[in-house]
Design a protein around this ligand. Structure first.
Ligand SMILES: [Zn+2]
Length: 260
């Protein structure tokens, strides 16, 4: 199938619609609500949101970001998540083409989007995503040629075990709990999809981006306001960097050692 403008536009619209479902997951999973029903309600006035007010991205523009009933502002995060999901469908298609691996990577990215926003809101990473994710990643490795089952299994062990070792070391040295068990299961899930090399890259890239952001926040924010920075979103960023630029970034990094 050729990747013409029409195909990419339809793909983007599909991504917007999936993003709408991701918003439902982000809102409902931490609250132990069903993701299949009932209909979405306005969080302010509890009015049922009509289908024509629930069209991804477009409805937000038409309603100018306000509920039709009560006029309260709708969080711009809803269209943002839809837009990001749309962009990633197109990006995955451009990177992998119409191959099964594109669908697998998009599914992983969807899980990472949901995890990122739930972790930002609630400082938790739900097991209902990571544990089935680990099983799914391993199961897919038997079917798809991109990651062998041995590599997937090793990825789970390196991801789960590696971060567990770092977390133990950190709490031994500082007497504080640095990372939650949710991060360990997230990294194990990423290992199931990306293999041991991918998961090590994800951990290093995530820690690098995380410390950059952490230092910036420490410099910017006032002393009395201590902000909790969850690690999950940075692990998600690390995995996404690996999916799209892992191979050239590793080659570039290794190039430093060849020169010296
Ligand atoms: Zn309302």
């Amino acid at each position: 199938m050729p990747l013409d403008t029409y195909t990419l536009a339809v793909t983007f619209l599909f991504g917007l619609a999936v993003g709408s479902f991701l918003n439902v997951c982000i809102h409902r999973l931490p609250r132990s609500m069903s993701i299949s029903g009932p209909r979405s309600l306005c969080p302010h006035c509890q009015a049922v949101i009509r289908w024509y007010d629930n069209i991804p991205f477009l409805s937000y523009l038409v309603l100018r970001g306000r509920c039709r009933k009560c006029g309260e502002g709708i969080s711009p995060r809803y269209p943002l998540v839809e837009f990001v999901s749309g962009l990633f469908t197109v990006a995955v298609l451009l990177r992998f083409g119409f191959e099964p691996v594109a669908a697998v990577m998009y599914a992983l990215i969807c899980a990472l989007i949901v995890i990122t926003f739930i972790d930002l809101d609630h400082q938790i990473i739900p097991d209902v995503i990571t544990l089935p994710g680990i099983a799914l990643g391993l199961a897919l490795s038997f079917v798809l040629p991109d990651v062998s089952w041995k590599s997937s299994l090793l990825g789970i062990l390196v991801g789960g075990g590696g971060l567990l070792a770092v977390a133990w070391g950190y709490s031994l040295l500082t007497g504080k709990d640095g990372m939650g068990g949710g991060d360990v299961k997230l990294l194990a899930m990423q290992g199931a999809f990306l293999g041991p090399g991918g998961v090590l890259f994800t951990l290093m890239a995530g820690a690098f981006v995380g410390s950059l952001v952490g230092v910036t926040l420490m410099l910017v924010q006032k002393q009395d306001r201590k902000m909790v920075v969850p690690f999950g979103p940075f692990l998600a960023i690390g995995a996404i960097l690996y999916i799209f630029w892992g191979h050239p970034l590793v080659a570039w990094y290794m190039g430093f050692f060849r020169q010296v």
